[in-house]
Design a protein around this ligand. Structure first.
Ligand code: ADP
Length: 503
């Protein structure tokens, strides 16, 4: 179902390509692998046209949990050879294994070279991770094309690799800048990869008798396969039992897990634990350019928190996929608060300054985690990534990084959630600006605030704050949980950008 071809005023009468390689005189052609809010956004966008006559959902790609409205981690693509499972996904509707990548050549112009159908037919592709993994290495992209995901996004979104990369940057920072600087990395709980770090884990375990640990499969999602334990005996049994008869017959080695120190003192509201979903948009890794979305939500567990019953997942795991199965779950009430609601609540309880500090901690988590993979991610100007960060506050309001998702759920659980995701995704497209309506110098676009561009971004000069010693300082351009008047802001932004461009 395609939209009409009516082209809005801002796109009429422009040259074919502007210097930034963006299409200016015709509709923008898109493809989309997901059937949820993102497709609604693309279909509703003036001047955007679904690539006709093609099935945008790759048919022989395994269903992405996200498409079923569930949350997932950045599970490592099966053809990277690291997850251990053999790939059966030989090509997709558009893919063609064995195609030759030739940047000088348009699709199908060289006789004898397999043609990648569709490569030149779209300008924008919201693809799934599996499609990218299957096709990226042999894919030719035109200057102006934009595609979701960086090739090796799993360096950050697979639980074990995220921690490995963070540990490495922490060590390097301590070496180069001293131990004190290294402390700025103390936002992820002590974590070991299993089976490879089993012995180091056991040593650490023995040093801290009585504490609780959480065991998580490195590449699964939605709380699947997770359990808490206090005694080594519990994992001895697990190693002999669930861990050994491997679910995947193609796997020759045990599934990779992470074992992590459990945060035993989460911040509670109404006696319940929650974590916060934070949206982060990376449009370039080199230089690193990062946007932070003002809105998001807190996901509450449905049952009052207690350490008495560590086997009760309804108490300890805040995943919606888990909580919606709780016996007393109320689908009308759900278990979410907007980040604005959360910030307001925390400010009323602890004061603005304390909350500002706590939220600064989230900025630090975002930047440090992205820097930890900056040199590893294959930077490609065609790629962008919208991450969903999961952050948990402890009782001292210290934020902890739980995990990072490369495909945060975009399926709405209700009207409010739909509005959030609809605005969020529209604003992703506004930032990418394929329509070329903006100047490229913006610090705020709708609900996205520019947090980092090869260095920290400060809010406009008008936003000065007083420091304790009486001097003034610019504040970071970070407004997580602040008012998100995106529609008004966009109206003003587009008008201002138009007049700048005319002059
Ligand atoms: P999944 O990818 O399966 O969702 P997560 O790492 O996000 O796995 O963990 C699921 C949930 O378990 C989190 O949303 C959080 O509520 C809880 N959790 C995970 N790790 C910890 C931890 N170290 N301490 C406390 N709670 C945790």
């Amino acid at each position: 179902m395609s939209k009409g071809t009516k082209v809005p005023g801002y796109m009429q009468g422009k040259g074919s390509r502007n210097p930034r390689g963006i299409i200016g005189d015709r509709e923008i052609r898109y493809k989309c692998s997901l059937q949820n809010t993102v497709l609604d956004v693309l279909r509703g966008r003036p001047g955007w046209q679904e690539v006709p006559g093609q099935n945008n959902i790759p048919q022989n790609v395994q269903a992405n949990p996200k498409q079923q409205g569930q949350q997932s981690t950045g599970q490592q693509p099966s053809n990277t050879g690291k997850s251990g499972s053999g790939s059966t996904n030989q090509g997709t509707t558009f893919g063609n294994k064995g195609s030759v990548r030739n940047p000088q050549q348009g699709p199908g112009t060289q006789p004898g070279v397999p043609t990648r159908l569709g490569d030149g037919d779209w300008d924008f592709y919201w693809c799934d991770r599996e499609w990218l993994a299957q096709n990226y290495d042999t894919m030719f992209l035109y200057e102006h094309q934009k595609i979701l995901h960086f090739r090796n996004h799993y360096e950050l979104t697979r639980k074990n690799l995220m921690v490995k990369n963070l540990k490495r940057l922490k060590k390097q920072t301590e070496r180069e800048l001293g131990k004190a600087e290294g402390q700025s990395f103390e936002f992820f709980p002590t974590t070991y990869e299993l089976p490879s770090e089993y012995h180091i884990f056991v040593e650490e375990f023995k040093k801290n008798p009585g504490i609780i640990w959480i065991m998580k499969p490195a590449a699964r999602a939605q709380g699947r396969g997770i359990f808490l334990f206090r005694r080594l005996k519990d994992i001895t049994d697990w190693k002999k039992g669930e861990y050994q008869p491997l679910s995947d017959p193609n796997r020759e080695v045990p599934e990779t897990y992470v074992v992590q120190r459990y945060i035993e003192n989460p911040y509670l509201i109404g006696g319940r634990k929650f974590d916060v979903r934070v949206y982060v948009l990376v449009v370039s890794y080199n230089p690193l350019k990062v946007w932070l979305y003002r809105s998001g939500f807190a996901r509450f567990s449905n049952t009052r928190f207690s350490l008495d019953s560590i086997e009760d997942t309804y108490v300890h795991l805040t995943n919606v996929a888990i909580q919606k199965n709780a016996p007393d779950y109320d689908p009308d009430k759900g278990c979410k608060w907007s980040t604005q609601q959360l910030r307001k609540y925390l400010c009323a309880k602890h004061g603005v300054e304390a909350v500002k500090n706590a939220f600064k901690g989230i900025d630090n988590i975002i930047i440090k985690s992205l820097q930890s993979v900056q040199k590893i991610i294959i930077n490609d100007k065609h790629c962008f990534e919208m991450y969903g960060y999961d952050v948990l506050f402890d009782s001292d309001l210290k934020p902890w990084l739980i995990e990072i998702n490369a495909s945060p759920s975009l399926t709405a659980s209700g009207k409010e959630d739909y509005d959030l995701k609809f605005g969020l995704l529209n604003d992703v497209l506004n930032v990418l600006d394929l329509e070329n309506r903006l100047t490229g110098k913006e610090k705020r676009i709708g609900g996205w605030d520019l947090l980092w561009e090869d260095g920290p971004i400060l809010a406009d000069d008008g936003n000065m704050e007083c420091t304790p010693n009486g001097t003034t300082a610019s504040i970071p351009n970070s407004f997580l949980g602040c008012h998100n008047d995106r529609k008004r802001q966009l109206r003003e932004l587009f008008t201002a950008a138009q007049s700048i461009k005319k002059s």
